[in-house]
Design a binder for this molecule. Structure first.
Ligand SMILES: [Cu+2]
Length: 153
């Protein structure tokens, strides 16, 4: 048995245990949704409006590598959130929000907005594919969803 035969099972063990103990917010195991963007490198601004309970628009097209400044306005009468993620992760977050709907969170890929409030989220899209976004709040999550289509450069 070479020493490499020993290393692989160990790595498997470690990654399995990290998975089973990870929290609902599993950013490290997220598919490639991109990274927080730098304000000085923003290529485009996209306006998003939240109403009760929808995003307008609900479909957005960007290019690979683009850094987008999302200006998100809550035009509804309820509190809303906008979170970028994979549908798997968004579902986990929505489940957690059912238990604690009023908690404040500080993830880079999330904004929380009171009625009438407007906030910005700067995000860089690093790989081609479709990324989801949603408001994970209870009663909103099923309808309040959207897609960001990342096209090849
Ligand atoms: Cu909402």
């Amino acid at each position: 048995m070479s020493k490499f035969d020993l290393i692989i099972p160990l790595v498997t063990l470690v990654s399995l245990s990290t998975n089973s103990f990870s929290s609902a917010i599993d950013f490290n195991h997220e598919k490639d949704i991109g990274i927080p963007g730098e304000v000085s490198k923003v290529s485009r601004t996209i306006k998003l409006t939240q109403v009760d309970n929808m995003f307008l628009p609900a479909e957005i097209a960007v290019r690979e590598g683009e850094i987008i400044r999302f200006v998100i306005k809550n035009g509804g009468n309820k509190k809303h959130e906008m979170m970028i993620g994979s549908m798997t992760n968004l579902k986990k977050i929505a489940k957690a929000r059912r238990m604690f709907p009023d908690q404040d969170h500080t993830e880079a890929h999330l904004v929380q907005l009171e009625p009438g409030e407007q906030k910005e989220l700067i995000w860089q899209f690093t790989s081609v594919g479709t990324i989801d976004f949603a408001c994970p709040l209870p009663g909103h999550f099923k309808k309040m969803r959207g897609k960001i289509i990342v096209e090849k450069k």
